[in-house]
Design a protein around this ligand. Structure first.
Ligand code: SF4
Length: 507
C-alpha cells in the first residue's frame, strides 16, 4: 500500500513539473517539437463514411482500362489512373478546381493524403491528365450514372432538362469587334516601331526583348482574330465579336441580366435524388434544339427512358411540339414561349375564336380575321396569315395592334400568323394547365434550381478554370461526377456498402 502511494505521489510531482506554470496558472504539457513514432492508416483515421473513402471506393468500381491502355511500358513510371481520377473527383467535390489548388491543399487535407497515398503528383501532371483524358472522363461520368441506377437512386419518373450559364475564364473587355481589334493592332504596331527605334527606355536588353516578344504575340493573336471575324462576315456586322482570352466563349445574359463571356451548361436531372443523368456544355446562349440530344444522352447513359420529360419554354422550336406528340416513349411537359404571357392577354392570337367551317377568326371586339395568304418565316416555317377586316375606330387598338418596326405608326389592320404546329401547341397548353400537368411541371423547378444553386453557390463553381469548349466540358463532367457522388453519400451510402460487398464476393 505504502509503495503504491509513493508511486502515485511521484507521478503527481512529475506531472506538476511537466506542466507549464505561468502567472499562477497551470496547463497540461504542451510541446509541439515532440517527435512521435506512429503507425498511420489514413482510411482508419478518416472512417468508412468519409468523403475521400467513398470517392475512393466508387472510383475503384470504375473500369479505367481505356485510360490504362494508353500508358506504354517505356519511359517514366506514370501515376496510377485510379489515383489521378480519385484526386480530380475529390478536387471538384471539395472545391479544389485544378492542379494548383489541389497541390496547395494536399498537405493539410487528410483525404488527399489518403487518395494519393502520400505520393502526390505535380500540379502539371494533374492538369495534363485532365485535358488528355477528356473523353475517358466523360465515360467515367456515364459509369457513375449507371452505378446510381444500380443503387436504385434514379426513379425514371420525371427527367428535367435545363441549362445554366457559367462564366468562362475570359475577360469581358477582351471581347472585341473588328473595329476594336483594328484599333488595338494599330496601337501595338506603333509601340513596336518605337521600341525598334529605341524611343522607349528599358532597364536592360533582356527587358526590351521580353516586351518585344509580348507585343508580337499579341499582334499575332489580333491578326488571327481578324481573319476569323472576316470569315464570319464581321465586315458587315459590328455586332460580331471575338473574345481574345477565350474565343469560344460567347457573351450571354445571365438571370440577373448581366452580360458576360459564358458557356451554357446543359443538365438532365432525375427528380428522385437529383442525380444528373446527362451533361453537356455548349457555346450557344440559347437552349433551343437541346431537348432531343439531352434526352438521348440521358437514355444512353442510363439505358432507360423516363416516364415524363420536362423543360422550360426556351427549349422547343416551332416544329418540336409535333415531334413531341409523336414520341410515345415519354410524355413531354414543355410550354411554348408565349404560354405564360399570353394566358391572360385577350388580344393574343391564342385567345381569338376560330370558326372552323368558315376558316375565320374572331377578335375580342367581334371583328372577323380572314385568310390572306400563306407565307414563310425567317426560319423557313410556313404559316397562314389572317387579317382583320377593319380595325379603324377600335377602342382597344392600342392594346391589340403592334407598332410598325420603324416608328410609332400602327399597322393598319391586325394580322395573326397561324402555324400548322399551333394545334399541337394548344394541346400541350391544355395538358400543362390540367391539375396533373401543373403538379408534374412543378417538379422541374424543385429539381433543377437546387442543382444550379448547389453547384454555383454551395460548391463555389462560378467560373470555368479552363478555356475552350472541349476543356470546359471536361471540367463540367468532373463537376457532375462530384455532384452524383455527393448524392450517393447523402442518399445511397447503405446501398453502396451492400453493392461493394457483392462486388467483392463476385470479384
Ligand atoms: S384592333 Fe382590330 S383585331 Fe384588335 S381588337 Fe380591335 S378590331 Fe379586333
Amino acid at each position: 500500500m505504502y509503495l503504491w502511494a509513493i508511486v502515485q505521489y511521484i507521478f503527481i510531482i512529475m506531472m506538476y513539473i511537466g506542466s507549464h506554470q505561468r502567472d499562477g496558472m497551470k496547463f497540461r504539457p504542451y510541446n509541439q517539437a515532440q517527435t512521435r513514432f506512429v503507425n498511420l492508416n489514413y482510411r482508419e483515421i478518416l472512417g468508412e463514411d468519409s468523403d475521400a473513402v467513398v470517392i475512393s471506393d466508387i472510383i475503384d468500381l470504375m473500369d479505367l482500362s481505356h485510360i490504362e491502355s494508353q500508358f506504354v511500358e517505356v519511359g517514366n513510371i506514370a501515376f496510377d489512373p485510379k489515383e489521378m481520377m480519385k484526386i480530380l473527383v475529390y478536387g471538384y467535390f471539395k472545391g479544389y478546381f485544378g492542379g494548383r489548388p489541389l497541390h496547395k491543399n494536399y498537405k493539410n487535407d487528410l483525404g488527399l493524403r489518403y487518395l494519393s497515398n502520400d505520393d502526390f503528383p505535380d500540379f502539371r501532371t494533374i492538369n495534363n491528365f485532365r485535358i488528355k483524358f477528356k473523353d475517358e472522363i466523360a465515360d467515367v461520368f456515364a459509369q457513375v450514372v449507371m452505378l446510381c441506377k444500380s443503387l436504385g437512386m434514379i426513379g425514371f419518373k420525371n427527367l428535367s432538362i435545363d441549362g445554366q450559364k457559367i462564366k468562362a475564364n475570359a475577360n469581358v473587355f477582351q471581347n472585341k469587334n473588328l473595329k476594336g481589334i483594328k484599333r488595338e493592332k494599330e496601337k501595338i504596331e506603333k509601340l513596336l516601331r518605337k521600341l525598334l527605334d529605341n524611343e522607349i527606355e528599358f532597364k536592360s536588353e533582356d527587358d526590351k526583348q521580353k516586351k518585344k516578344k509580348k507585343l508580337e504575340k499579341r499582334k499575332k493573336k489580333l491578326e488571327d482574330a481578324t481573319k476569323l471575324l472576316i470569315e464570319a462576315g464581321a465586315e458587315n456586322d459590328d455586332g460580331l465579336r471575338y473574345n481574345l482570352s477565350d474565343p469560344e466563349a460567347k457573351i450571354m445574359t445571365d438571370k440577373r441580366g448581366v452580360k458576360n463571356p459564358d458557356y451554357n451548361a446543359q443538365n438532365a436531372v432525375d427528380d428522385k435524388f437529383e442525380i444528373l443523368t446527362a451533361v453537356n456544355v455548349i457555346d450557344n446562349p440559347s437552349d433551343s434544339g437541346q431537348l432531343d440530344p439531352m434526352k438521348e444522352e440521358s437514355e444512353n447513359n442510363t439505358g432507360s427512358t423516363h416516364e415524363n420529360t420536362l423543360a422550360d419554354s426556351g427549349y422547343p422550336d416551332k416544329d418540336t411540339f409535333e415531334r413531341m406528340e409523336k414520341d410515345t416513349t415519354t410524355e413531354y411537359y414543355v410550354p411554348d414561349k408565349t404560354m405564360h404571357s399570353s394566358r391572360n392577354d385577350p388580344y393574343s392570337k391564342w385567345n381569338f375564336q376560330y370558326h372552323k367551317d368558315l376558316d375565320i377568326y374572331f377578335c375580342p371586339q367581334g371583328v372577323k380575321l380572314s385568310y390572306v395568304r400563306t407565307c414563310k418565316d425567317k426560319d423557313g416555317f410556313e404559316y397562314r396569315l389572317y387579317q382583320a377586316e377593319d380595325c379603324s375606330g377600335c377602342p382597344v387598338s392600342d392594346k391589340c395592334r403592334r407598332k410598325s418596326k420603324n416608328g410609332n405608326k400602327k399597322i393598319n389592320n391586325r394580322t395573326i400568323s397561324i402555324y400548322p404546329q399551333d394545334e399541337a401547341v394548344k394541346r400541350m397548353r391544355k395538358k400543362l394547365d390540367s391539375e396533373d400537368g401543373k403538379k408534374i411541371y412543378q417538379r422541374r423547378m424543385s429539381t433543377v434550381e437546387p442543382l444550379h444553386g448547389d453547384m454555383q453557390k454551395n460548391r463555389g463553381f462560378t467560373q470555368f478554370v479552363l478555356r475552350g469548349l472541349e476543356k470546359v466540358n471536361v471540367e463540367y463532367n468532373l463537376l457532375a461526377i462530384a455532384h452524383n457522388v455527393r448524392k450517393i453519400i447523402l442518399h445511397g451510402a447503405k446501398a453502396l456498402k451492400e453493392y461493394l460487398v457483392k462486388a467483392q464476393i463476385t470479384a
